[in-house]
Design a protein around this ligand. Sequence first.
Ligand code: FES
Length: 137
Amino acid sequence: MSQSPARRTVLRGAALAGVACFGAAACGTREQESGTRPASDAPVELGPASEVPVGGAKLYAEQKLLVSQPAKGEFTCFSTVCTHMGAILNKIEKEQAVCPLHGSRFQVATGKVAEGPATRPLEEVPVKVKDGRLIAG
Ligand code: FES
């Protein structure tokens, strides 16, 4: 006995809904895997401020942050999550942080895009020095 056209339509719709649901779940998981920092991050100690060179920057891979010191005693901090597709910036060359996935480059002192495909600056994170140690967040 064959199914009525209406029943086939309902079944097809349910199957597509299942696919869409998988897609949504995968997107949520992918966002977490891409290194997006949770909004509830508490301040985190990064280590001695003296480890950040004046006129340069240091990557903190575990915390997914970079800290630069454009002038002596002046620090800026940014998320190392690339604003293009969420890869983690993994090296600093010529005062620019580099994304390994598609090659975007960001100025370490300002977080601004130096070279695409990214178009948005890095997310800035508050940073301060307490007793000679960097505190981010
Ligand atoms: S994810 Fe960084 S350049 Fe594409």
